[in-house]
Structure formats: C-alpha cells, structure tokens
Design a protein around this ligand. Structure first.
Ligand code: 5RP
Length: 227
C-alpha cells in the first residue's frame, strides 16, 4: 500500500455516525474519499461538503451526495492534505489550487485532520512555493506589487493557459525559499488589495496522520485552540 493510501484509509477511523464531513482535495484525500465511500455503502450515515469541484466530482462518481456548504450549519470534521508541514503545524497548501475553499472549510470545522506522506514533513516550510489566490481584475498590477515586495511571484498556468480556480480567480506561486519569515510574508500579503487568500495554514489542525514505511502515525497538536 502506498503511503497516501495508508493515511487516506486511516483517516476514516475519525469519522463517526451522523457527522458533517468536509472533504479536502488532492491525491491523498482521493484515498480517504474512496474509503469513506465504502463505509457509507456499508451503512455509515454522514453528510458531506467539499473543498473543490474535483472532490465533488470524485465523491459523486462513487455514488455519494455532496451538500452545498450553505446547507449545513456546521462541519464536525474535515480531512485534507498538505504540501509541506513543519513541527509547529505550520503548513503550505494549495498545490491543487483549492486553498481558498480549503481554508474556509478548515476555519469552520470543529476538527481538522491533515493526512500526508512523510516526505511532506519538513524542518522549515518554504521549499514548496507558496500558492496565493488573487483576483483576475488588475492581476498584472497585483503581481507587480508582489514583485516590488520581493515575493518572487509566478502566475500559475495549466495546459498553456492561466489556471482558473473554482472561484474564478488566479493562483500566483511565491518562491520564498525554505525558512522564510512567515509573519513578514503574511504582513506583506495583507497590504496587497488583489489578494484573496494565501496558502499558509498556521496551526489550523488538531490531528495529523503521517504515512511512514513503518505505518501511519497519528500526531496530536497540543497547541491547537479552536477559535
Ligand atoms: C490542494 C491542496 C492539497 O491538499 C495539497 O496540494 C496536497 O495534495 P496531494 O495530497 O495531492 O499531495 O492543498 O489545493
């Protein structure tokens, strides 16, 4: 079993009868959704909401119903992947361009679980470029501001065209380098008007499940405080 499959399957142990579950996005969550679909077919009763069109389509292809986020009054638990995570539970997300919905879903979830293989576990985040969602309106000006602030932006493309997110926005990837100053970058981004949201997820999870060759390890974040 590959490590993504290992943690995706393990995460289903957190899902209990009657819960409202937030589906994350990506190739690790793919396995979670598949395993969850099996449990639902076996009789588990849960409601689902999603962080992306991609995950809605995957869930629907497995026969699952996905509710609109406005149809639920709360989210009991959400399970999502990460691109990088450090020991203080600082993570970079958005490799799959779903960071905005992922952040809202994490923010309103009572319990956030992140699943990843051990390669994502880093001493300091930043080797992975930080994704930032921006408005298409005046995007070249937004990118210029980022350049002026030495954030090393690069507009994300897919198949030769500018990538458009589920929210009809664009993604800019910032090459900041390992160990960048998180607070400083947050502060700079907060001054740029066209920025919708960034892929910095700081201390937002309660549990992580890390996939290793020795098996899946559940890590509790003792510093996590629900807002
Ligand atoms: C999508 C994300 C994903 O959770 C992140 O990219 C991890 O994906 P994968 O499990 O495919 O490595 O943030 O926007």
């Amino acid at each position: 079993m590959n490590l993504k499959e290992q943690v995706g399957k393990k995460a289903v142990e957190f899902i209990k009868e009657g819960m409202v579950v937030g589906l994350g996005t990506g190739s690790t969550v793919y396995y979670f959704i598949h395993e969850l679909a099996k449990k639902i077919k076996e009789g588990l009763n849960v409601e689902l909401v999603s962080t992306s069109v991609q995950s809605i389509e995957l869930a629907k292809s497995l026969g699952l119903e996905v509710k609109d986020i406005e149809e639920v009054s709360c989210i009991d638990i959400s399970v999502d992947g990460v691109d990088e995570i450090d020991k203080n539970f600082n993570a970079i997300k958005g490799g799959g361009a779903a960071l905005f919905r992922e952040k809202i879903v994490a923010d309103i979830s009572n319990h956030v679980v992140w699943i990843y293989d051990e390669k994502k576990d880093v001493e300091k985040i930043g080797a992975f470029d930080l994704p930032v969602e921006i408005l298409p309106f005046a995007y070249n000006h937004t990118i210029k501001k980022m350049k002026d602030l030495h954030l090393n932006p690069k507009l994300r493309h897919k198949e030769g065209k500018i990538l458009v997110t589920d929210n009809s926005n664009y993604i800019v990837d910032l090459a900041l380098g390992k160990g960048f100053n998180i607070e400083e970058v947050k502060k700079k981004l907060s001054t740029i008007v066209g920025v919708v949201e960034d892929g910095l997820f700081i201390n937002m999870c309660k549990h992580c499940i890390k996939g290793t060759e020795q098996g899946a390890i559940i890590i509790e974040n003792h510093n996590y405080k629900r807002k």
